[in-house]
Ligand binder design. Structure first.
Ligand SMILES: *[C@@H]1O[C@H](CO)[C@@H](O)[C@H](O)[C@H]1NC(C)=O
Ligand SMILES: *[C@@H]1O[C@H](CO)[C@@H](O)[C@H](O)[C@H]1NC(C)=O
Ligand SMILES: *[C@@H]1O[C@H](CO)[C@@H](O)[C@H](O)[C@H]1NC(C)=O
Length: 382
């Protein structure tokens, strides 16, 4: 060994020592920030962009989608689904393309969750989800892209199978199970209307051709006007833990027990969401919002505006312990107004390159709905 040149030794070291997450090696920092959409410019007839989603496609591109609320910032109203794509890791972005448009409907589509199945990209969204439904019965719709997120086929109405109880997917992404039980299964999470709320899992064992209901966690009381501190599980993001269980980070709409995240768990691939496994994470303070969660490099990342009452202080946290503890105080990404967020990461590099994380979020100076921003985060210490 002593005879080998130092450069060769270094090369051998670089090839064999894959980057590993340790408290010393993990020091996330924002290395780039971009605005993907700006509200209020009226471009393309859009008043406000909200509810950003992000996924890495099967071809390795980044795909971002958001609601374009045409006439007002309100949840109810005519909307389109705007998507942009980057094939160079977020350095440059293609123009906005419209994945779906509800015309001048009095209510319309609501995002939504992205997913990946084989070589296809999936996009689930709700239609006519808000009472009193000027646009007809609610439905859950599925878009499929066979060209890596560049274009979409016609929406498929899943309500023939799922019924017309409101199921608003995400916001965020659905997972494909990587481990047993139910390896390969698609697991999406969604919620109901404020009155008939609660979360439900939507499952597919054939790559999204057929769907069925998995576990549910209804609000208590169900179908009644909500009161402060009622048990009201709302917007949700599933993720798979290293033991093959599915965890779901849930918006705790009425602040049952705490102003913090609710976490549900399933050990049967999402078939059930047992109520006795529901926990509350007091470290993850939350003003009732859609938050981001991602499992990558053996870490769990979590993003939200970390505040009990206001949508400010967008914070990234990480856990070395499967989400049972969170490291330090995390990384403050934006101290100003900030709202919904979602996380994505490319698959770990076999060459051991420094891992990246992408955080898309609602960001503004006086309102969180002013822009949709994308932060590229280097996970590794410099
Ligand atoms: C979707 O299907 C449901 C149930 O068949 C139907 O009531 C609803 O009108 C359909 N919605 C759309 C937008 O096609
Ligand atoms: C935002 O976070 C910083 C750092 O943790 C803290 O000092 C500040 O008070 C927070 N802002 C609000 C409005 O709570
Ligand atoms: C995380 O879960 C895996 C799989 O169950 C386990 O092997 C590991 O020890 C857990 N890590 C911690 C820190 O609890």
């Amino acid at each position: 060994m002593a005879a080998l040149p130092a450069a060769l030794l270094l090369a051998i070291g670089a090839a064999s020592a894959r980057w590993a997450a340790t408290p010393e090696s993990v020091r996330p920092r924002v290395v780039r920030e971009q605005l993907l959409w700006v509200s209020g410019e009226g471009r393309g007839g859009v008043h406000t962009f909200r509810v950003p989603l992000l996924i890495v496609t099967p071809g390795g591109a980044l795909l971002a989608c958001a609601e374009g609320r045409k006439l007002s910032p309100d949840d109810v109203g005519a909307k389109l689904i705007a998507c942009r794509r980057s094939s160079d890791g977020g350095a440059t972005w293609g123009p906005t393309r419209v994945a779906a448009d509800d015309g001048v409907s009095g209510d319309g589509l609501s995002l939504g969750a992205l997913g990946v199945s084989g070589g296809d990209v999936l996009l689930l969204f709700a239609r006519c989800a808000h009472p009193p439904r000027p646009c007809g019965p609610p439905s859950t719709q599925l878009l499929r892209s066979r060209d890596d997120g560049r274009s979409w086929g016609a929406p498929q109405n899943l309500s023939g199978v799922l019924g017309t109880e409101v199921f608003a997917p995400g916001p965020g992404y659905g997972i494909q199970k990587q481990r047993s039980p139910a390896r390969g299964r698609l697991v999406f999470c969604g919620h109901g209307t404020l009155e008939r709320d609660g979360v439900r899992l939507l499952l597919s064992d054939d790559g999204g051709r057929s769907w069925r209901w998995g576990g549910a966690l209804p609000a208590i009381p169900f179908g009644a006007p909500r009161h402060p501190r009622d048990f009201t599980p709302d917007e949700c993001q599933p993720y798979e833990l290293p033991d093959g269980s599915v965890a779901v980070s849930i918006r705790n709409q009425n602040f049952y027990r705490c102003r913090c995240r609710m976490v549900a768990r399933s050990w049967d691939g999402g078939d059930s969401l047992p109520p006795d496994a529901v926990t509350f994470d007091p470290v993850l303070v939350d003003p009732a919002v859609a938050a981001g969660v991602l499992v990558t490099e053996g870490l769990i990342f979590f993003s939200n505006p970390a505040h009990e009452t206001q949508r400010v202080n967008l914070t990234l946290r990480w856990s070395f312990t499967n989400g049972s503890t969170w490291w330090g105080r995390g990384l403050l990404v934006w101290a100003g107004p900030s709202g919904y967020s979602s996380l994505a990461a490319p698959p770990p590099s076999p060459q051991g390159a420094a891992p990246l994380l992408y955080l898309i979020y609602e960001k503004g100076r006086s309102q969180p709905t002013e822009t949709v921003a994308l932060a590229t985060i280097s996970i590794a210490a410099p």
